[in-house]
Design a protein around this ligand. Structure first.
Ligand code: SAM
Length: 250
């Protein structure tokens, strides 16, 4: 079985091998995914998810999509915050979805590929993608696919560990990432999930991902409007990107 490719730039030409390896990896770590998330973020991950879901406020009426939904923490938060909204949760790792199935009540939970959604254009009023974008074989194409399935004016919220940019805060965040990437993540992955490689990949993929600014530009290039990003405490290690699909036919 192949390994996922940490560097986005090196995935070109190997898209299906990378996607298959990512799916296998998440199938493998599904049993310990939630526990490691809480431990590795010191519990901050759930606060980040609530802030991400708050940013869906302002989406037009209609169905929400939790894309790369994993063990359904974001779907659970969406059901709590917007109990009246129809919700669909899509991920290609069936075991991740199965682990979280008990967290949701009315959400439609489906196995599917974020790069080629089996969904007509202009279906969703809002889409959230938490810690999924950097795993896609081509994140820019993934954003284009999201734009395709959003209604005009539909809201996109991305929660992600982007590559830290320059500047003082960037330097502090970079040091934090380095310690995490080289030490804490692989070690915790080995101890809790008995899978050093998976957590080494997850850490390396942060260091070689887009910066938040680059991802904002990619959204503007795709015609998204009102694009803005927010770094979340502590140290801005996780960030939110919020943008609206264009209302006109652009
Ligand atoms: C780090 S987990 C995040 C899960 C969840 N959103 C959360 O906040 O915890 C990334 C998820 O993205 C999924 N994923 C990666 N590439 C995908 C693709 N091409 N299509 C669908 N799901 C994908 C993985 O299976 C995994 O469950």
């Amino acid at each position: 079985m192949g390994e996922p490719i940490a560097s986005v730039g090196q995935r070109a030409g190997h898209e299906s091998a990378h996607a298959g390896a990512v799916r296998d990896m998440f199938q493998r770590i599904a049993p310990t995914y939630d526990l490691l998330n809480r431990l590795l973020s010191a519990g901050f991950d759930q606060r980040w998810r609530r802030e991400a879901v708050d940013a869906l406020e302002g989406a037009p009426p209609g169905e929400m999509l939790d894309l790369c939904a994993g063990t359904l923490d974001l779907s659970q938060a969406i059901e709590r915050r917007f109990p009246e909204r129809p919700l669909r949760a899509i991920d290609f790792a069936a075991d991740m979805l199965a682990r979280g199935r008990h967290k949701v009540r009315h959400a439609r939970v489906e196995v599917g590929d974020a790069m080629a959604l089996d969904v007509p254009a202009a279906t969703f009023a809002g889409c959230i993608c938490g810690f999924g974008l950097r795993n896609l074989s081509d994140p820019r194409k993934g954003l284009a696919e999201i734009r395709r399935v959003l209604l005009p004016g539909g809201r996109l919220v991305v929660l992600e560990f982007f590559r830290p940019a320059g500047g003082l805060l960037g330097a502090a965040t970079r040091s934090f990432h380095t310690v995490y990437a080289r030490g804490v993540l692989p070690l915790a992955g080995k101890i809790v999930a008995d899978d050093r490689d998976a957590y080494a990949y997850l850490a390396r993929s942060m260091a070689s991902f887009l910066t938040r600014g680059e991802a904002e530009q990619a959204l503007r290039d795709l015609g998204f409007q009102h694009v803005h990003g927010v770094d979340l405490a502590p140290l801005g290690v996780a960030s939110l990107l919020v943008a609206d699909a264009p209302r006109g036919g652009s």
